[in-house]
Design a protein around this ligand. Structure first.
Ligand code: HXC
Length: 510
């Protein structure tokens, strides 16, 4: 018996070594952890249950039958994060560059299926060279099997991808199908085709970083939702993110014990809005003062920075915050902001997370760049996302809510459940200047008359009372009581029941 046990332990130890000590050392020298070390940081200590440690590839071409490494380039299994179940796969770059074979894919599909069945998120860690070239079409088939599971799991369980090394070719599309992607600065990159192919096809000279580094995807393309300094920071932040999310669409988001009273009053919010209506202020401050303990997990902070999206809690329950950010482009809605926020609102709606929206929006961004880029369709995405969402929706207009952007930002007309305005709100078709220049065009040049018209417009139209008189705003609230009023609304909405008409699926303007 002792021999048998020792033989098992020896086999396990061989599998744990992956591609061997020298290759693990090379990982470390690049500032990266190994696949197993990453899982250790991500999961609660001692909670990891590994599956398929002894799986080997079945390829015999190119002498591959002579090169078999147990585990076949990916470590898979389940464990817990702060006591809650998650499934995980972590690509092992030390084994054939983490490349994907048929058996490697089958290991990933196994955890994907288990996660759906048992209602738990999947975290995928990527560090790989794409398709296992020796396996040819079997590798392509393996990718498609994973993609299929990604699609079937979408909206059922949260799926999170963390890019911690190369992620190219076939490897990019599984992350792209998941809910959130994060990268590690400097050591990770993501692209469909690498710099050599780019040079051949387009004659462009690019580096890995300038083509697909974190600086590109977290700020320019919007492909990823955040970038971290190193592996450890990224994994610790994933633990924090998972804490906000339910295991599946079959459950409510987790409730955490908090020591921050819902009655907390924030007097400083009464002076958040500057006297000059065109001066910016930091909307993040409002979110942090409203959320429990000021805890806000921001999604895509560097992309579409004119809108803030992220998770926080009110009375211990997760909420999704969406807020125009006057500090960037005056909080205007453009293509990037619309794409970012619509995806976030849809995520919240999939996973029973109420949406709290703070509005200070001068409208949609004008210009050929935006129109040629399809602002109409992208803006419609956000409108669609808010309109179809059946989760509780609480909206607070702090200052500007002009034109179509007023409608879009979780207005009463899109089934906003509770819509508040601060006394500083200006709810109108447009700002006073623009309105007066159109309505009183004949008086342009007469400064006195224009000033009088502007004052009349501001007094009569650029305020929250017109909308409140019509019931489009449920109440005008004091800024300092915003947290208390939102908490009360969410409590009332806790058992909200609302269903959209049956359909196979909708046809959101993609
Ligand atoms: C098999 C691979 C591999 C692959 C790397 N390796 N990529 N083995 N298939 N795709 C192996 C290497 O042979 C090497 O083995 C080890 O992994 C480490 O690779 P290095 O090149 O030494 O590492 P590094 O210098 O860090 O470069 C990493 C890399 C490079 C940039 C990822 O390896 C690379 O360019 N790989 C090929 C990428 C690629 O073209 N993939 C196919 C994409 S097409 P040893 O034994 O020396 O340690 C695709 C289509 C799928 O994915 C579409 C599905 C929808």
């Amino acid at each position: 018996m002792k021999d048998v046990i020792e033989a098992l332990e020896a086999k396990r130890e061989e599998a744990r070594q992956g591609g061997g000590a020298a290759r693990i050392e090379r990982q470390h020298a690049k500032g990266k952890l190994s696949a197993r070390e990453r899982i250790e940081v991500l999961l609660d200590e001692g909670s990891f249950e590994e599956y398929d440690m002894f799986v080997e590839h079945q390829c015999s071409d190119f002498g591959m039958d002579e090169q078999k490494i147990p585990g076949d380039g990916v470590v898979t299994g389940q464990g817990t994060i702060n006591g809650r179940l998650v499934y995980v796969f972590s690509k092992d770059f030390t084994v054939f560059g983490g490349s994907l074979s048929k058996t490697h894919a089958a290991k990933i599909v196994k955890v994907q299926k288990a996660a759906v069945m048992n209602g738990a998120p999947v975290v995928g860690i990527f560090d790989a060279g794409g398709a296992r070239i020796q396996e040819g079409v079997d590798s392509l088939a393996g990718y498609a099997d994973i993609f299929m599971e990604n699609v079937l799991s979408s909206g059922v369980i949260p799926q999170i991808s963390v890019i911690m090394g190369p992620c190219a070719g076939g490897d990019v599309y599984s992350p792209a199908l998941t809910d959130f992607i994060f990268m590690v600065k400097d050591t990770s990159y993501m692209y469909v085709t690498g710099p050599d192919v780019v040079k051949t096809v387009t004659n462009e000279e690019v580096t890995h970083e300038s083509l697909g580094g974190a600086s590109v995807h977290a700020a320019k393309s919007g492909v990823v939702d955040g970038a971290f300094e190193n592996d450890i920071e990224a994994l610790v932040q994933m633990r924090r993110l998972i804490d906000f999310l339910p295991g599946s669409n079959r459950e409510d988001p987790p409730v955490r014990t908090v020591y921050d009273s819902a009655e907390r009053v924030e007097d400083s919010l009464d002076t958040l809005i500057p006297p000059n209506p065109n001066s910016p202020y930091d909307m993040r401050e409002l979110i942090e003062k409203v959320a429990d303990e000021g805890d806000f997990f921001e999604i895509s902070p560097k992309f579409g920075a004119n809108i803030l999206c992220g998770f926080g809690r009110i009375e211990g329950s997760t909420v999704g915050f969406v807020a125009n950010q006057p500090m960037t482009l005056a909080g205007v809605l453009d293509i990037d902001a619309s794409r970012k926020a619509s995806r976030f609102v849809r995520f919240c709606d999939c996973f029973n997370i109420p949406v709290v929206t703070f509005v200070d929006v001068p409208g949609f961004m004008p210009g050929t760049k935006q129109e040629y880029g399809g602002l109409i369709k992208h803006g419609a995405k956000l409108l669609f996302a808010y309109a179809e969402a059946t989760v509780p929706k609480v909206t607070v207009i702090t200052r500007k809510a002009y034109g179509g952007a007023y409608d879009v930002m979780s207005s009463k007309h899109l089934r906003g459940d509770v819509n508040y305005a601060w006394p500083t709100a200006e709810i109108a078709v447009m700002g006073a200047k623009g309105a007066v220049e159109i309505i009183f065009r004949k008086d342009l040049g007469d400064e006195e008359k224009i000033a009088a018209h502007t004052k009349m417009y501001e007094d009569n139209f650029a305020n929250p009372y017109v909308a409140a008189r019509k019931g489009y705003i449920d109440d005008i609230i004091m800024p300092h009581s915003t947290r208390r009023r939102i908490a009360k609304s969410l409590r009332a909405l806790a058992n909200k029941q609302l269903e959209n008409p049956w359909k196979k699926h909708d046809n959101i303007p993609l």
